[in-house]
Design a protein around this ligand. Structure first.
Ligand code: ADP
Ligand code: MG
Length: 695
């Protein structure tokens, strides 16, 4: 019955069915049942008319009517009634629907009235109140649900009240007949309401407490199935996809590790490499996420893992989100590998056709060992002889769809290592990456000093310039970064240009050299300026966020971020990560105008307080919500109906344990007692056809 198309419900029909589908995604009875109220109005207590001036929002009154009158004509027509509860009186007014309301009103009965009162001259009145004869005001239904609706729905009579009515009809039909989808054991262990009771109490609660209990049950249900789905995917991927076995640690790896590596690996780097090696030897295809704050040394870990692939006769690739970053990886890695007989090449959007052709051929022949590049690597034309490992750097910029293209490059899937410098809050990682293994580098190389961060207003600009002057005198270099926001691109470039001129005035040639880099420059010019800065030929780099990811200039010790209030937290953190890479004390200065929003204030305060990427990520999650952070708004994965990934983290933890327990005992969900949850899970899996097999 729950799978009955919505138009067959009493009170719906084809037209309303159409808007319900379009606006709310409600196709079947079941979808409507799971269209939950987003809040409740508590009408179990009555307010008094005398208290109205002190109340905010709607009031709930009980009293009698007098002088019920219609006045005016046409559009000016209105219905009024004087309402009194013994403590005072207000006027009730209807501008619309008078013909329909008037017959319901009389001067004998006691009425219950609900609405927002407003002051009109010296008098209080209430327009279009909800009104009901007190006797009919259902004793048991005084906690009233408020449902998400919208203009198009309201136009078809489906405002919150209209939806409430439909759900009432539906509940009558299905009362006691909704099949339970959670295990009895789980229900009991977590003290959850059974589905029929919960469904009744979430829509027609007896009290706010029972409503809360019902909400808890559905939050748990939602999170449990999300966890089950993720963990189920993980186990099935592991069973289905055999992986290449990288069994030996060969000459390249050993030689590099013993002879070329210029420093000792941190303990965290060593641990992560052990974790990865275990995967690579297991015979199961690896899907691992490597998290680590900016500057913790992920690239090197990536390189060592690629050498393992090469040692075992495979090719490897590393993909970065921007050309600058890919180029830098290529340079770093080529330098590291100078003494080794490993062939490395770079492929980006600006690789020349002839060179590209040669590359394609070498890849197919297998004479090229390591390919570093941008998303150009994903193009269908790029074929490998035997790609054994793909590393994706700064993952958050790649869509799921792009990543899944990698899978087509081989019959056997390559091992996949996703690296991200944007730490992902634990709750999100547990949910979103429930199907990936996670490694964390939680340690920076020794000798790094935490970057000191300060917030200054525009009026302190000269002071800030004075500070820059001193740092340059010590031989340091400085970044000054301007925001670039698409809607106001022109204005932003103007700001950048003016900023550049101001900097050149304060820091004149020939004593000072200033570079400028932005997205509208030709690549060759950009590279030229970038290189001058890298080589220490210019003192100041004025730039937009094109320098955001990955760029490595250890001598740069000051990062000035202009209009810092316009940047998001993770971006600020990324930018700050460009300094503090050498042994010198480094500084990040956040410049803002005088007016900043509350959220911006929190961001600035957070940046000044901590360098800990995970802590910053938690704050970011609270400010922005999960969909924005993971860039998954469209994928639907995190469009949760009732649970909140930030606030409900305790429920997430419980649900996760339950899901893991079940799969540990019965990975295919074959046991009789798991058929209930299996049925639900199958429905969920079917509803996500486009969601790739990777993460
Ligand atoms: P990220 O994790 O942000 O990608 P990188 O891989 O760019 O960081 O590393 C930042 C810098 O730290 C590089 O210059 C790298 O050579 C250096 N580095 C990496 N590992 C170590 C280590 N164990 N000891 C000292 N320096 C290291
Ligand atoms: Mg990096």
């Amino acid at each position: 019955m729950l799978d009955t198309p919505i138009e067959y419900l009493k009170g719906v029909g084809p037209q309303r069915g159409e808007v319900l589908k379009k606006e709310l995604g409600i196709f079947f009875f079941k979808d409507l049942l799971y269209h939950f109220p987003f809040r409740y109005v508590d009408r179990s207590e009555y307010d008094k008319v005398v208290e109205i001036p002190d109340k905010e929002g709607a009031v709930n009154l009980r009293g009698t009517l007098s002088s019920i009158k219609e006045s005016g004509v046409g559009r000016g027509k209105r219905l009024t009634a004087r309402f009194s509860d013994g403590t005072g009186y207000i006027e009730l007014v209807w501008f619309k629907g008078a013909n329909w309301v008037k017959p319901k009103l009389n001067t004998e009965a006691t009425f219950v009235v609900y609405g927002r009162a407003s002051k009109y001259g010296a008098k209080w009145n209430m327009a279009h109140p909800e009104i009901e004869v007190s006797e009919n005001f259902n004793e048991g239904r005084r906690i009233q649900p408020v449902y998400p609706s919208g203009e198009k729905l309201s136009a078809k009579g489906l405002n919150s009240k209209g939806i409430e009515k439909l759900i009432g009809n539906l509940l009558e039909q299905v009362e006691g007949k909704i099949p339970e989808n959670l295990d009895e054991v789980i229900l009991q262990r977590n003290h959850l309401l059974r589905i029929n009771q919960a469904m009744k109490q979430i829509h027609q609660p007896e009290s706010l407490e029972t409503a809360e209990k019902a909400r808890l049950r559905f939050k748990f249900e939602e999170l449990f199935f999300l966890q089950l789905e993720m963990n189920f995917r993980k186990t099935t991927i592991q069973q289905k996809h055999k992986g290449f076995v990288f069994e030996k640690v060969g000459d390249h790896f050993t030689h590099f590790y013993e002879k070329e590596l210029p420093f000792e690996l941190t303990n965290a780097q060593k641990r992560v490499i052990r974790e990865i090696r275990k995967d690579l030897g297991s015979g199961i295809q690896m899907n691992r996420l490597l998290q680590g704050d900016v500057g913790c040394g992920k690239t090197l870990v990536g390189l060592l893992v690629m050498l393992l692939a090469v040692d075992n006769g495979f090719q490897a690739c590393m993909v970065a989100p921007t050309e600058i970053l890919a180029t830098q990886h290529f340079q770093t890695i080529s330098e590291f590998l100078e003494q080794l007989d490993v062939k490395v090449a770079l492929l980006t959007g600006s690789t020349k056709t002839a060179e590209r052709r040669a590359l394609h051929q070498q890849l197919e022949e297998g004479s090229l060992d390591i390919l570093i590049g941008t998303h150009a690597v994903f193009e269908d034309k790029v074929k490998f002889k035997n790609l054994g490992l793909a590393i994706i750097d700064e993952q958050h910029r790649f869509g799921v769809a792009q990543r899944s293209k990698l899978w087509k490059k081989n019959k056997t899937l390559p091992h996949i290592l996703v690296m991200t410098a944007t730490p992902i809050p634990r709750t999100l990682a547990m949910t979103f990456y429930g199907d990936l293994e996670v490694s964390v580098i939680d340690e920076l190389p020794p000798g790094r000093k935490p970057v000191q961060t300060f917030h200054y207003f525009e009026k302190s600009r000269l002071k800030v310039f004075g500070f820059i002057e001193k740092e340059i005198a010590k031989g340091r270099q400085v970044y000054i970064v301007y925001p670039l926001i698409e809607e106001s691109e022109k204005l932003d470039y103007k700001n950048l240009q003016e900023g550049f001129e101001a900097v050149e005035r304060y820091f004149p040639k020939p004593n000072y050299q200033v570079s400028i880099v932005h997205g509208k420059m030709k690549n060759a010019d950009k590279d030229y300026e970038m290189n001058r800065f890298v080589e220490g030929k210019t003192h100041i780099m004025v730039a937009t966020t094109v320098i955001e990811v990955g760029v490595n200039v250890p001598n740069a010790s000051v990062m000035i971020i202009e209009s810092a209030e316009k940047f998001g937290l993770s971006q600020l953190h990324q930018l700050r990560g460009r300094v503090g890479r050498g042994a010198e004390e480094s500084y990040c200065i956040l410049m803002t105008g005088n007016k900043i929003s509350k959220d911006a204030e929190v961001r600035l305060e957070t940046m000044c307080r901590t360098n800990d990427g995970f802590e910053i990520a938690e704050v970011d999650l609270k400010l922005r919500g999960p969909g924005d952070i993971m860039g998954t708004k469209q994928s639907g994965l995190l469009n949760l109906k009732i649970a909140d990934l930030v606030k409900d983290n305790q429920i997430i933890a419980l649900a996760r344990v339950e899901a893991q327990e079940i799969l540990k005992e019965d990975s295919g969900l074959d046991l009789a007692k798991h058929q209930i949850v299996k049925k639900e899970l199958n429905q969920i899996l079917r509803s996500r056809p486009n969601w790739g097999i990777i993460s």
